[in-house]
Structures are given as C-alpha cells and as structure tokens.
Design a protein around this ligand. Structure first.
Ligand code: ADP
Length: 223
C-alpha cells in the first residue's frame, strides 16, 4: 500500500507547487494522475518515488512512514520503485552501452552475477534486439532508448512502478508496446502503478482509476 497524505512539495518553501495532496494506491492497483502541464504531477511522482523530499505531509509504504529521500532512503525502499520519465535522454548516461544501462541497478546493488541472464530476458521483453545492446544512447532512437529505460526500471522487480509521461514522446505503436510490457509485468508480479500524464484517453484506458489534479484543489476526485 502506498499512501500520500497531505503532501506539500516544491522547490522553494515559500511557493510550493503541490499543496496538501492525498492519494492512496492499493496493492496491484493502477492509478492515473491526470492534469495540465505545470500543475506539479512530476513533482508528485518524484516525491512518491523517494526522489524529492516534500516540505510537509507523509508518505507511507505499507503503513511505514518514509523518513528519508534520495540516497538517504534505505535501499530496500529505494529499490522497491521502478521509475520511467518522459525524456529518456535525460535519464540515460550517454557514455554507457545499452546493456550497461539496463544492468546498472543490478551492479549498484551487488547483483552482478544476474546481469547476463536478466539483461537478455528484459531486452527481449521490451523488444530490443541483441545488436542494439552494444550501442550507446546517441546511436538509437528515442523509442529504443525509452525501451531501455523501461527495462532498467523493471530490472530489480519493483513492487511500485511510477511512469511519468512515459509515452509522451513516442509514436503510437511504441507507446502501445511499452504500456503492454508494463501491464504484463503487473499481471505476473502484482505490482502497483502510478501513471502520470495529460492524455486522458490513454490513462483512462490504461488505469483502474484516474485522479484529476489541477494543482490547486485540496481533494482530488476519482472518475
Ligand atoms: P507537471 O509534471 O505537472 O508538468 P512539474 O512538477 O514538472 O509539473 O512542475 C511544476 C512546477 O514546478 C512548474 O512551475 C515547474 O516550472 C516547477 N519546477 C519543476 N521542476 C523544478 C526544479 N527542479 N526547480 C524549480 N522549479 C521546478
């Protein structure tokens, strides 16, 4: 269970971009967070994934309040989240080969022995052919790089997936393929999803429930 209670967050304490936001994501549930550009959806996604410390409010993971964010968060909490952002080029180290980008979380957690099998398995899952894996980010398309970012997000088998405008830069067929990968993963693992976006049709088709947030209202409505 993932619970955001009265979260206020931003980049300057005097003018928070998110005020008093509450949301619960139950185990296995897919929740869409819908709202106009600039209303604070990405900020909320980053707070939820333990990447941005809120100014106030509480984030509970299975009833336990989170006390630390970013590198100070306990490893078992950090690795329970898989996150995919809108722009793959901003979240992929341009010096690394695709295979090493996917393997990075395994190596960082002392699980290098699993790298060959897990990278091959995930590359097939997200639709990356073996010849692509030796390339670097500038040698592949945005769609191919986003496939890499999704594989990397899944490599530690997270319980919670946060997809922040994951398909906003992609063509329709790549978008559909990546959503299908997320849904297959959720079906087999029971993982929950928070999908952030501004595309109402996509989120309503993808998620069990869609929350509309305009950045001001205290109580969000589920439709
Ligand atoms: P959304 O995802 O809904 O488009 P964001 O959470 O990205 O909204 O941004 C909300 C507001 O916070 C915007 O006004 C944006 O300019 C500002 N903002 C986002 N990231 C930063 C940052 N790192 N530093 C300062 N302001 C930021």
């Amino acid at each position: 269970m993932l619970e955001l209670r009265a979260i206020t967050a931003g980049y300057d304490r005097r003018t928070p971009v998110v005020r008093d936001f509450s949301l619960t994501v139950t185990p296995g549930e897919a929740v869409g967070l819908l709202g106009p550009s600039g209303c604070g959806k990405s900020t909320l996604a980053r707070v939820t994934a333990l990447l941005h410390r809120p100014d106030s409010g509480t984030l509970l993971l299975d009833g336990e309040p989170v006390r630390h964010w970013r590198h100070r968060a306990p490893r078992e909490q950090r690795t329970a989240f898989g996150v995919v952002f809108q722009q793959p080029r901003l979240s992929a180290d341009p010096r690394l080969r695709l295979t090493d980008l996917i393997a990075e979380p395994l190596r960082a957690t002392g699980r290098s022995a699993e790298v060959p099998d897990r990278v091959a398995e995930l590359a097939a899952t997200v639709g990356l052919t073996p010849d692509l894996l030796a390339r670097r980010p500038h040698e592949v398309s945005d769609g191919q790089l986003q496939r890499v970012c999704l594989a990397r997000a899944l490599v530690l088998r997270p319980r919670w997936l946060i997809c922040d405008e994951m398909t906003a830069m992609l063509d329709a067929s790549t978008s559909a393929a990546l959503v299908a990968v997320v849904e297959d993963y959720r079906r087999t693992t029971g993982a929950s999803l928070l999908a952030v976006g501004h595309d109402r049709t996509l989120l309503q088709r993808w998620c069990n429930r869609t929350v509309h947030w305009d950045g001001r209202r205290k109580d969000v409505s589920a439709r």
